[in-house]
Structure formats: structure tokens, C-alpha cells
Design a protein around this ligand. Structure first.
Ligand SMILES: Cc1cc2nc3c(=O)[nH]c(=O)nc-3n(C[C@H](O)[C@H](O)[C@H](O)COP(=O)(O)O)c2cc1C
Ligand code: SF4
Length: 658
């Protein structure tokens, strides 16, 4: 008896039977090659189809030159894309999944660097994506964009897509028409509800006419209560009911947040789970024809089952959960949901790369985006299995050991500490980050299943390694805080001036509760990532007075790429933390620090009972270059201290090579 009966039950969408209720929802993976879907896009989507997803909504197509938003956006308005998309759609369908494409236009929120075109919107309001304003569309331009949507849908049909998802979510162009705040027109496209929905209803009616009765049409909407100018749930329900009454909309999928509150759109671990389920339950109450999909932090099969079983939605979209584990659905079908590698809601390599206009990947699943070159998130058995010793069970060592064992190698992993995880475990002890600890438990479960010999409390020195019978040694010994606490922006100072005065601690010592900090703590954060920000947050939660000193123009500069920086700063501010930006610590006195402005050179002395120094680590590699005839690999921080994704990446990569 499956634990997920409702989630795994089939459902019909315009005559097409979906094998379960799990959708891999629309997201811009930014993987195209010169605007065409190539092997990276195809293998990425196919992997999720092989992994059991019932329906895949491919990366959106901007329907018009004014809607181009990313470097990887597909070429719009040309049939040139059709044969290339066929190479994507056919294999996905053969693998048993349905495939649709989202059609989008961002309206006012365009990107001039990518479109080199004015942003078009109903009433010429400001962009919330860049600092530009927008152009109030003429009637002819509105007709042009209707035509563009329809033409794009027709092209989708020719490319083998079984339907399209019309994007009216997140204060997109269609939503800008729906929302009275952004639609102040007094012609047939503005004013009454009927007028404000004319644009979207016309698009849908014409797509139905041009693409036929068997073509699936979805409608993407969103909900948020962050601003009172966005649509209320009541207004949204009214609008959905109006579209549903046309009989043309086969599903409504509801996301969270939008351009005005972007941090809610891909909610990080700072947010609750199952965010749109209460609203999709209400949407189900007003639709007569359309099925309803719940999006946003569904994350796990358990959450998904709960949503479907309680009647809050007909389908669930799990995007990041299936980026992190493309085989989430299949593992659930096989009754082994405990093998699903759970997304840790960090946004570091998915949105964190998309926001910088790279193709997306995943912190904990380095094969995301590399399926075409690594054979998916699957393993082939090594031709000649070897005995492998991994030294260090941080992210690099864990992934190397697991993946090597998946390939049939005999693996032993030694860790000096009593638990696996290294610095990553300490990160998991920061507020709200326990998903990291779940991931470490997952590794231990996988080790048990794969027969990896895990030796905890085992410090190996060079002689131990040399004497070990393993043919391959993978050194993954990580990094240590810089004992001299050198600052990048004080290059001539060398060691931190005043270090000898004591009461200076590394974030790792704070997280291990080894630091005697007193009541008032200065956190010198040179990284701008969770190592400093999360440690400061934990101290503030403990009731300490926290002063964050950073050379960056804002606290959490590196977290910004994940969209979690604003919420993190808000929490710190509410807890009374003081931010001292664009400053360095010019001297520590043991009872306070003199800080210097990078802008004026002015100095100020801030009293404090402890100093936490989040500066760049140094590699820990006390070993000789080689160990006789053993093959030696160095991966992760012991090769060069970096953020966690690159440790996971190198762990997987080395395991694929041996
Ligand atoms: C990298 C990335 C890009 C996204 N791009 C889009 C997009 O182009 N259109 C869209 O409707 N949603 C987009 N989304 C939002 C997702 O569809 C989804 O609503 C969101 O990730 C929350 O769901 P999840 O918790 O299952 O990831 C994107 C999400 C991610 C992570
Ligand atoms: S990068 Fe983080 S949030 Fe994104 S899919 Fe991977 S684990 Fe999830």
C-alpha cells in the first residue's frame, strides 16, 4: 500500500491522462544555446520525465521582442525554433510525461540589457525589475501582443508541445491588465473587470481556436498579501471564474509572490511550506472546468500528498524539489520516498545562478544542467571497481563517497569528527536551516544502502593514509578559519591588528558553542554569505547585541543572488542588529573595535565583548603531494576554500572519473 495514494493517482487533462499529480512547473533554466534549445535543455527536461514527473512545463517563451528577459531566452517570433524543440518534446513524451510550454511577457518589468527594447505595459508604470519606466501600449500594440501570444502557441503545437501555459502570474503583463493599480486605462482594455480581462480572455479564446480542442491551455496566476495594490484573493477568484467560464482553461496554477515581492516567488527556508494551498483550495471552489495546481514550497512528496488528499488542489508543482532530485516522483512511486534528496530551499544555484543570468544548477545536485555530459543523475557501473578511501566527510567527501559507491567502487570514508557534515553541519545549526541536517541524514542512509564504510572519530595522518590498502585516495579535508584573521580590504595590515588581545572567534567556533562572547558582539563579515549573516542572526536570536561590520555596501551581499538578503536583513534589524557597511576593522582592543570607513577613512570605536571574524578560510591540506602508487585526488575546500556548491560538484565529478 503506497503512502502517497492520492498523489500517485492519474488525472485527466483535456483527454490526456497524466500518470500522477506531480508537475515540474515552469521555470527559466536559461540553458539555451544562441536562443535555441540544445542538449543541455533537452537532457535536463528528459531527466525529470525519466524521473516520473507527470507533466513538464518547459521554460517560458517570451512572445515578443519587448518581453525578452534573459540571456538564455529562446528565440521568439520565428519558426526556426520548431525542429529544435521537437528534439526536446519527443523524448519527454516517450518517457511518459506530458510537455507544455509557458508563454510569457513581463510587461513593465523588462530588462533593457537583454531586450534592447522599451518595456510595454497597460499604463506606462515603473519596472520592478530594473530602474526603467515603461511605454503605455497603444490599441494597435495590444493587438500585436495578442497576435504574438497566439503565434507562439501555434508554434508550440508544431513543435510537439501538448499545450501552453498562459502566464498571468507575478504581476506579469496579463496581471498588469487585471490589476487596477497598474491598469488605469479608460478604453476597452481598462476599467471594468470585463475590460481588464479582455486581453487575457482574447488570447485564450484565440489560442483555443487556432490550436484546436485537444490542446491543453493552462493559466498561471499568483497570490500575495505583501502589498495592498496587488490583486486580493477575492478579485483573483472572480477573474479565474470568468476565465473558467469560457471552458477553454484546462488548469489554473497558482504561484506565490511576484515582481513587487520577489523574495516570496522562490521562497527560501525563511518561508513556510505549501504556501499557496489555502488559496488553491478557494480556487477549486470557484472553477467548474479547470483543474487546479498548487505551487510554491511544496518541496516533498509528503507535503504534496497532504495537499492533494485534503482537496486543496488537483495537482502540485514541485520545481526546486525536482531540480534537487529529478527522480522524486519515481522514488515516490517505488515506495522509497526516503531516498528523495530533499531540496534545502537555499536558492543558491537555481535562482542564484538565474539571477546572474547563468544556466541554473543545484547546490546539492551538481548534475542539474549537466545531465547531457554526466548521463543524467544516474550512474553507470565502473568497468574496474576499485578500493577508494575518502578522507573527510564534509560536502565534497560525502558526495564523492556516495557517487563512487553508486558506481560499484568499494568505499571507505574517514571523518575526524563524531558526525558527518563538517562546516555544512554547522550551517545546518543556524536558524531555520535544519533541512541541511536532513540532507546529512540522507547521506548516511545512502551510505548504509550502498555499503559505504563510514568511520567517524577517525583522524588519519599521512602515515595512516600511506599504509591504507586503498588504490584511490580522495582528500576532502576542507578548510579552517584563517588563524590570523586577515581582511581582504586591508591588504597591507596582515594579521588582524590587536588579535593578541583575545576574544576573537571564528563563526565555526560560535556555531560549535565554543566561543565566550559576552553580551555585545561585532561580526566582521567579509563574505556576505550565510556563514557571517547566519551566525549574526543566531547570536541576535540569543539576545546578544550584534553589530555587523562589512566592507560591502550592504549586509548579505552574496545572499542577494538568492533573494533571501532582504528578509534576512529585516529579521536582523527587528532583532536590533546594527549594520556598519563599507567599513573594515582597523584594530581590535579586546573590549571593542576601531572600525574605519572605506569611503572617508574616518574611524569610530565600537565597544564589544567579543569579535567574530567571518573572513576567508585557508585550505587544510597537511599531506604530501603523493602516496606512492596510489591515485590521489584533492577536492573541495582543501583544494581551495569556496562555497558549498563547488564541493558537491567536485565530489560528484571525481567519482565519475575513477
Ligand atoms: C530558477 C527559477 C526560475 C523560475 N522562472 C519562472 C518562470 O519563468 N515562470 C514562472 O511562472 N515561474 C518561474 N519560477 C517559479 C516556479 O515556477 C515556482 O513557482 C517557484 O520556484 C516555487 O516553487 P518550488 O518551491 O516548487 O520551487 C522560477 C523558479 C526558479 C527556481
Ligand atoms: S540550489 Fe538549493 S533551492 Fe535550488 S534546487 Fe538546489 S537545493 Fe533547492
Amino acid at each position: 500500500m503506497t503512502q502517497h495514494p492520492k498523489l500517485l493517482s492519474p488525472i485527466e487533462l483535456r483527454g490526456l491522462t497524466l500518470r500522477n499529480r506531480i508537475v515540474f512547473g515552469a521555470h527559466t533554466n536559461n540553458m539555451s544555446d544562441m536562443g535555441l534549445p540544445g542538449p543541455r535543455t533537452a537532457a535536463y527536461l528528459l531527466e525529470r520525465a525519466l524521473g516520473g514527473a507527470a507533466m513538464i512545463v518547459a521554460e517560458p517563451m517570451p512572445v515578443h521582442r519587448t518581453g525578452v528577459l534573459t540571456r538564455g531566452n529562446f528565440l521568439h517570433s520565428t519558426d526556426e525554433v520548431i525542429p529544435h524543440f521537437r528534439k526536446v518534446t519527443e523524448p519527454v513524451k516517450e518517457a511518459g510525461a506530458a510537455i507544455l510550454q509557458q508563454l510569457y511577457h513581463v510587461g513593465a518589468h523588462g530588462d533593457s540589457d537583454l531586450s534592447f527594447a522599451p518595456h510595454w505595459s497597460p499604463s506606462g508604470h515603473a519596472s520592478y525589475h530594473d530602474s526603467d519606466g515603461s511605454h503605455r501600449m497603444t490599441g494597435a500594440e495590444i493587438e500585436e501582443l495578442i497576435d504574438a501570444h497566439v503565434a507562439a502557441a501555434v508554434r508550440c503545437r508544431k513543435a510537439g508541445f501538448q499545450g501552453v501555459e498562459v502566464w498571468a502570474a507575478y504581476h506579469s503583463l496579463l496581471d498588469q491588465f487585471w490589476t487596477p493599480w497598474s491598469n488605469t486605462r479608460d478604453d476597452q482594455w481598462g476599467g471594468s473587470l470585463v475590460n481588464r480581462t479582455r486581453f487575457s480572455r482574447t488570447i485564450i479564446e484565440r489560442i483555443r481556436r487556432e490550436c484546436g480542442e485537444d490542446f491543453i491551455i493552462g493559466l498561471a496566476v499568483s497570490t500575495s498579501d505583501a502589498h495592498d495594490v496587488t490583486l486580493s484573493v477575492e478579485n483573483l477568484l472572480e477573474i479565474i471564474a470568468l476565465h473558467d467560464a469560457t471552458g477553454h482553461v484546462d488548469y489554473v496554477t497558482c504561484g506565490h509572490g511576484g515582481y513587487l515581492d520577489f523574495e516570496r516567488l522562490m521562497p527560501t527556508f525563511l518561508f513556510a511550506e505549501k504556501l499557496t494551498a489555502p488559496v488553491t483550495e478557494q480556487i477549486r471552489g470557484v472553477v467548474k472546468h479547470a483543474k487546479v495546481t498548487s505551487e510554491a514550497h511544496v518541496r516533498t512528496p509528503e507535503n504534496a500528498e497532504a495537499i492533494i488528499a485534503s482537496g486543496q488542489a488537483d495537482l502540485v508543482s514541485i520545481v526546486r524539489g525536482q531540480i534537487a532530485d529529478p527522480h522524486l516522483a519515481r522514488k515516490t512511486m517505488e515506495g522509497r520516498a526516503e531516498d528523495v534528496r530533499g531540496c534545502i530551499s537555499c536558492n543558491q544555484m537555481c535562482w542564484g545562478r538565474r539571477s546572474r543570468d547563468y544556466w541554473i544548477s543545484c547546490l546539492i545536485n551538481p548534475s542539474a544542467g549537466r545531465e547531457w555530459e554526466w548521463g543524467g543523475d544516474r550512474f553507470t557501473t565502473a568497468a574496474a571497481p576499485k578500493s577508494v578511501l575518502v578522507v573527510g566527510a564534509g560536502p565534497a567527501g560525502l558526495e564523492a563517497a556516495r557517487a563512487a559507491a553508486e558506481r560499484g567502487h568499494r568505499v571507505e570514508i574517514a571523518e575526524a569528527a563524531p558526525q558527518v557534515g563538517g562546516q555544512f553541519r554547522l550551517a545546518g545549526m543556524q536558524p531555520r536551516r535544519a533541512q541541511i541536517l536532513d540532507l546529512l541524514d540522507w547521506y548516511e542512509r545512502q551510505f548504509a544502502k550502498l555499503g559505504v564504510a563510514l568511520r567517524l572519530n577517525t583522524f588519519l595522518d599521512a602515515d595512516d593514509i600511506a599504509a591504507h590498502p586503498a588504490e584511490v585516495v580522495i582528500l576532502a579535508t576542507g578548510s579552517l578559519p584563517d588563524p590570523e584573521a586577515r581582511q581582504r580590504w586591508l591588504p597591507s595590515a596582515g594579521p588582524l591588528p590587536g588579535l593578541e588581545n583575545g576574544r576573537v572567534w571564528a563563526p565555526e567556533e560560535v556555531m560549535r558553542r565554543e566561543a565566550g562572547l559576552g553580551d555585545t558582539v561585532i561580526v566582521l563579515d567579509e563574505g556576505g554569505n550565510w556563514r557571517g549573516v547566519g551566525t549574526a542572526w543566531m547570536l541576535a536570536e540569543q539576545g546578544k547585541r550584534v553589530v555587523i561590520v562589512t566592507p560591502d555596501p550592504c549586509v548579505g551581499k552574496e545572499v542577494a543572488r538568492t533573494s533571501a538578503d532582504g528578509p534576512a536583513r529585516a529579521r536582523l534589524a527587528r532583532l536590533g542588529a546594527r549594520f556598519v557597511t563599507e567599513h573594515v576593522v582597523s584594530r581590535w582592543h579586546g573590549n571593542g573595535a576601531t572600525v574605519r570607513s572605506l569611503l572617508t577613512g574616518d574611524e569610530e570605536t565600537i565597544p564589544a565583548s567579543g569579535l567574530v571574524v567571518a573572513t576567508t578560510n585557508v585550505a587544510f591540506d597537511p599531506f604530501p603531494e603523493s602516496f606512492g602508487d596510489k591515485t590521489v585526488h584533492r577536492i573541495g575546500d582543501c583544494a581551495a576554500p569556496r562555497q558549498a556548491p563547488y564541493a558537491f560538484h567536485e565530489g560528484r565529478k571525481v567519482a565519475l572519473q575513477i
